[in-house]
Design a protein around this ligand. Structure first.
Ligand code: SF4
Length: 238
């Protein structure tokens, strides 16, 4: 990890609110990569699998959502099988993920909507669709928000779309990349416009790592943070 407070020559000439957000975003990306390395997003489930796994992961941990996903796949070998199965049987198969009745309903209605729109349960049409169009397409499915859409596009299609989880949202607000009152949903489009696409692949894991170890929700460790000289929160606290 780099020394705290190290100045970027370009940004050190700028101060507080006068900093160019794009220059700041670029410098944040550079330092995150320099300090944490190339943690490229690598999980590559097929897109419908990724979408269902993400629905299962809502309000539970990775272990439980993973178990529920395996259980679902072993009971119903294809997504067409899930679509025609009684909702109660799907719910039983994913019980370990919690809120299983709600999730079963959501999974079945999402699969049904894909089937209706594409005439099969397949999302490969998103592969070459312009990013904003692909985000809109996915987000218009019932129960699919911008974070789920971003996860599918990032992990299954390797497109540069950053899922904004609680860590990414908190750090972005503290740094001043997004405003204090920007919602987590809205943060997706703001950050999408701000971040260099090549940087998104490195930020996904690394911002979560930074949020867990340094920019914690309670008592952020600004004194050891290599972003402190760029950070609005650290400036206000000093
Ligand atoms: S300086 Fe403090 S508030 Fe800013 S990113 Fe680092 S830990 Fe978070």
């Amino acid at each position: 990890m780099g020394r705290p407070g190290r100045q970027c020559p370009r940004l050190s000439r700028l101060s507080g609110a006068a900093r160019d957000p794009r220059a700041k975003a670029e410098e944040v990306c550079r330092r995150i990569r320099e300090n944490y390395g190339d943690a490229i997003a690598s999980r590559r489930l097929p897109p419908v699998d990724e979408l269902v796994l993400t629905i299962l992961s809502q309000n539970t941990n990775d272990i439980n959502s993973g178990r529920a996903f395996e259980s679902l796949k072993s009971k119903f070998p294809t997504w067409e099988d899930v679509l025609v199965a009684p909702e109660s049987e799907v719910a039983q198969a994913i019980r370990v993920s919690g809120a299983y009745h709600v999730k079963a309903k959501r999974i079945k209605s999402t699969l049904a909507e894909i089937q209706k729109r594409v005439d099969r349960i397949d999302l490969s049409l998103l592969e070459h669709m312009p990013i904003n169009e692909a985000k809109e397409w996915l987000s218009s499915l019932h129960g699919v928000g911008p974070k789920t859409a971003a996860i599918v596009l990032l992990f299954s299609f390797h497109r540069p779309v950053l899922p904004v989880d609680t860590h990414v949202w908190r750090i972005s607000r503290r740094l001043g990349l997004i405003g204090d009152h920007v919602s987590r949903e809205k943060a997706h489009s703001v950050l999408q416009d701000l971040l260099p696409p090549s940087c998104v692949f490195h930020l996904n894991h690394n911002l979560v790592r930074h949020g867990r170890s340094v920019c914690r929700s309670q008592r952020p460790r600004c004194d050891v943070c290599f972003l402190s000289d760029l950070c609005d929160y650290a400036e206000q606290m000093s």
